[in-house]
Ligand binder design. Sequence first.
Ligand code: G4P
Length: 521
Amino acid sequence: MSDKRPRRTFAVISHPDAGKSTLTEALALHARVITEAGAVHGKGGRRTTVSDWMSMEQARGISITSAALQFDYRDHVINLVDTPGHSDFSEDTYRVLSAVDSAVMLVDAGKGLEPQTLKLFKVCALRGIPVITVINKWDRPGLAALELMDLIEKQIKLRPTPLTWPVGEAGDFRGVLDRRTGEFVKYTRTAGGATRAPERRMPADEVEAADADVWADAVEEHELLAADDADHDQARFLAGETTPVMFASALQNFGVAQLLDLLLDLAPAPHVTAGVDGTLRQVDDEFSAFVFKVQSGMNAAHRDRLAYARIVSGTFDRGMVVTHASTGKPFATKYAQAVFGREVTSIDHAFPGDIVGFVNAQALRVGDTVYTGDPIEFPPVPTFAPEHFMTASASDIGRYKQFRRGIEQLDQEGVVQVLRSDLRGDQSPVLAAVGPMQFEVVQDRMTNEFNSPIRLSRLDYQVARRTDAEGAKALAGARGCEVLQRSDGTHLAIFTDQWRATATARDNPDVMLEALPAGGS
Ligand code: G4P
């Protein structure tokens, strides 16, 4: 499927249950990569191909792992990068967002903006990722359309610029007014939304009598919006000031084709990327890519280790030897895969915007750059401020070797941040995470994959600040505070609460105490 057609690489961000899996299915259905809705994400007894590598994941029925789904649409190749679907926050989610050029924010029409949506949106804003908003579940009773626009404007400070406007209130979804052409796009329901929903476009003067009232309402609101500077402006969208909005029912396949059209028409294509030293890598320069996710333990029998990389420039050909920027060593790409759920296919060629999984990539870490030709190193994938801290020790001291190996592996994968200090010693490092579920992942994998069950005990810290070696000295013995070192060398001062962090900064004006990007709260 890989060729030189233009790419769109995006992720769907949403609160659990807003319909992300349903939308993913619907998008794939439209693009005809699957013939029957349900083949992508298994829910409610449908065929399951979603990643269920980990037993814990199966037990909880959630997807902890993520990769990319690639499909064709209108002479384009679309890469939909999957974000974890559970409500707990992990750095994984952030990293996935470092690999996309735009995001689709899915909002449940009945619920408005939910906590997870808001958090994910903040990350998009931080990374300058343009966001398209889809108001989903319009086939069910929900909030008024104008009220939802108001919520977006007030809660996330983005100006909504609807491209479609619903004809019929939530629960009575007749179709949409295409605000760019003034046409009525009338929908026809299909049984269970299992096939492409037929749409009929008609000019305003052909709207049937049965729809006349709701159509008139839609036109009136559309005019209100136009008078209120709520029309799409591509430059403001790309600058992160506005969000194009559309209305949909993923379940009924309403509005899904329009979303795909929108992605092609408005969402940015892969673009020039700057290296740490400011060098620019154009998409048609020689090959370069960065690793945004490392994962192992997907197959208990094989101990695979997959490093997922987003291609920034050039052409990837399987078997090519690339340079690993952080070590300068060559890396042979004999095995490269496309992974979505359990479907694994071998990749021979890939292009900017595509996601490639390198198999057995022991040397590759999250944030690493690989390239051919002129050297390039992309900025590290940002780490977020952990808010949960636990000490970990081997339950069976005789298994200390396994314990060390496991912790090191999970650290490299970025499952948790591992913090150490001379004071605490190496027997029981501190594990730090953005979301508490990460500790369950650690516990599960330490037991089942590394054969070293662990004891975790909670530490009474909640806030982390970046400091340096001098800071570590200055703060030694300070109350409600401890300085530890992360495996990448960063010193982190951790505090019992926000108040303590602020007070310590005030009392030690010469000590570096930098806030890290906020994660969980
Ligand atoms: P998620 O991945 O974001 O967690 O959400 P998911 O797609 O699993 O959807 C959550 C629930 O919302 C599902 O119902 C799904 O059918 C329903 N849903 C999604 N989109 C729409 C929509 O546009 N309209 C309506 N009415 N419902 C929608 P469920 O009962 O939890 O699961 P299922 O057994 O029906 O799959």
